[in-house]
Design a protein around this ligand. Structure first.
Ligand code: 2AM
Ligand code: CA
Length: 256
């Protein structure tokens, strides 16, 4: 995989987000549903990513949040989220990312998560480790839940899904050192990979929210499971940790 291509692509997409946010107007927001918003910038950046990928890899499939699947019957599929954390983007908050992953024969083999306002480019290739701005990263060494800083999200509430995440949230918070909520699953996973967070959990996510972030966590030595401890994530919920606190957190989340 062309590592430089992925990094440059994410950087260019992030630059579009930043440039557009300066002139961003409310009129360019649409409601997919009452609480699920999309901006003209999400669409513009996805179209940009698709055209760059298609120009270089015309036979590859592409799955993106806004336009769905372009099925080329290929073993290779790009999984893209032009802006993960659209609400932060709309609010002028810095915690949004561009997420791009390459899947081959069902396995994610390369991925980048780029937070342009933060200047953080996370990248990974299968078997080659994970990096933040080209410096190697690993998950944290925190072994006790009470020493951990965790994050989560509430996509399920926007979906009206039951059980929602509020029960898990109230069980977990008293047992940990602190909690953060960032609003981008891709960023949360990247920060678990970099050891800035000890763990993260969420349900009702889609593959494009997590594809690149999952590879980052794996390549940084972390652990990912669904809520039951299996590999059916994100459909079966997602728990991502440094490995050491994984079972403690997973059991609290699902109340086992
Ligand atoms: P988005 O910003 O691209 O919409 C935060 O909890 C995470 O949930 C983000 O990655 C966000 O991605 C995703 N998300 C937001 N709304 C959602 C919805 N209605 N259904 C599923 N996922 C959602
Ligand atoms: Ca998303």
């Amino acid at each position: 995989m062309n590592h430089a291509f992925l990094n440059e692509l994410a950087e260019a997409a992030g630059a579009i987000c930043v440039a557009e946010s300066a002139s961003f107007k409310e009129v360019s927001i649409e409601y997919k549903s009452a609480r699920d918003l999309v901006t003209s910038v999400d669409k513009k950046v996805e179209a940009y990513l698709r055209s760059r990928i298609a120009a270089k890899f015309p036979n590859h499939s592409i799955l993106g949040e806004e336009q769905g699947l372009l099925d080329k019957q290929s073993d290779s599929c790009w999984i893209i989220d032009p802006i993960d954390g659209t609400n932060s983007y709309i609010q002028g908050l810095p915690g949004y990312t561009v997420s791009i992953a390459l899947q081959r024969k069902g396995e994610i083999v390369a991925g980048v998560v780029y937070a342009p306002v933060l200047g953080q480019m996370f990248s990974a290739e299968r078997g080659k480790g994970a990096c933040l701005n080209n410096n190697r990263i690993t998950v944290s060494g925190t072994s006790k839940l009470i020493d951990s800083v965790l994050s989560s999200g509430f996509a399920c509430i926007r979906e009206g899904f039951q059980p929602d995440n509020l029960g898990a949230f109230s069980r977990v918070i008293p047992k940990v050192r602190d909690f953060r909520r960032h609003g981008s699953a891709a960023l949360d996973l990247a920060w678990v990979a970099a050891g800035k967070l000890d763990g993260y959990w969420e349900q009702c996510l889609n593959i494009y929210d997590v594809a690149a972030g999952v590879l980052l966590v794996q390549e940084a030595g972390g652990m990912l499971t669904d809520y039951r401890g299996g590999i059916d994530y994100p459909a079966g919920g997602l728990v991502a940790t440094n490995g050491l606190i994984h079972e403690q957190l997973r059991k609290l989340v699902v109340e086992e």
